[in-house]
Design a binder for this molecule. Sequence first.
Ligand SMILES: [Zn+2]
Ligand SMILES: [Zn+2]
Length: 438
Amino acid sequence: MAACLIALSFASPYEGATQLSKREAQQAPSIREVNSVARPDGHRPVAIVGATLIDGRGGAALPDSVVIVSGERIVAVGRRSSVRLPTDAEVVDAKGLTLLPGLIDAHFHIDGDESLPAVFLTHGVTSVRDPGQWSEEYEAARKAAAPIPRLFLTGPHFDSPPPAFPQDSIIVRDAEEARSAVKRFADEGASAFKVYFRLPLGLIKVVVETAHARGLPVTSHLEIVNAADAIRAGVDGVEHVTSFGTALLSWREAEKYRQAVLADNNARREGRYRVWSGVDLDSPRARTLFDLLVERGTFISPTLAVFERRADDKQTTEMHVLGFKKMLDFVGRARRRGARIVVGSHSAVPHAERGWAYQRELELLVESGLTPMQAIVAGTMENARFFRIAERLGSIETGKLADIVLVEGDPLKNIGAMRRVKRVMLNGRWIVTSAEGK
Ligand SMILES: [Zn+2]
Ligand SMILES: [Zn+2]
């Protein structure tokens, strides 16, 4: 208590208040998915025997493991020699497979493709958050027969006129409108909010304060608000590596880009590659940004796969290729500095077939410099913290909900193994019991 008071007395009253509200927000009860996820029908426990276990927390993998599931929960985890199998268990021989927590996707878009959530589930993605969509867009997917992942919705993203995506946004024009929109979507079960790139800094602050008062996180798609300013305003997450562009430019260059985007939303399509091909990641500006990300513990969902440009791609110049390389480099450096990276697939991306964007993002995170283990943690436990569901999901631990993926081979040697999904369990129920990956 005394230490706490001393620490606070050095901070400005404003900073003290922000830290307290952030801590209160983190102590809020676990955020819930909007859909009700079925429990297993029978009462027989399931024993998954012989897999190499990667539990999602980043420690060494455990060969020849046993994981026991009863009902919707994991009830025992350990070495085969140390865990006794229940006599009535359904035993699954998982030799040659790697067992991981169900994958969590921080950036899923349904884009009118109502069967896509079910496809993602069969590929091991057991929780998805759509960071900007009316919940009505998910009604068809929720009514369909095929099981779907745990669904975390936010309502439309918050933007200012003229919005880049009118159908996916709600326009807020002042603080009162921002507060009232946050409260309404929170009442409807929103599990987070996303501020979009035209929303001015002052309104970002209002959204953050109102959301945090409800125990809900705020994430952000930035282009013309400086990322450092938005982080200091209290956003919990930043979507897209490109959101950091203007914070890496000189003020004058950043202002030129801002004005181009303010005049035409589409100026950013080419503009972001021009910006990134010219950024200097060794600059003092970059160092300050990395330090801030680490100090604040901001979650970064880079969505690299949606920006991927390779020399052989259509209409791709050296500028695009270099711009994308710098984006990869930024993410690798941020992680090495200690920033918190999570996985967001963006659902449809240029270098992955339908349904495999998440796996492509994992591969690109490894290309950016994360170890395969760090990429897996980014997609499981770190994302669970970002979603504020970490005490019931995100890792393979006794007491947690049984969202489990089994892949063939060793993803720590080759992250491409994450495409060879053999079994998927959601809430203690098998969704997939053998499948061909891609
Ligand atoms: Zn976005
Ligand atoms: Zn998006």
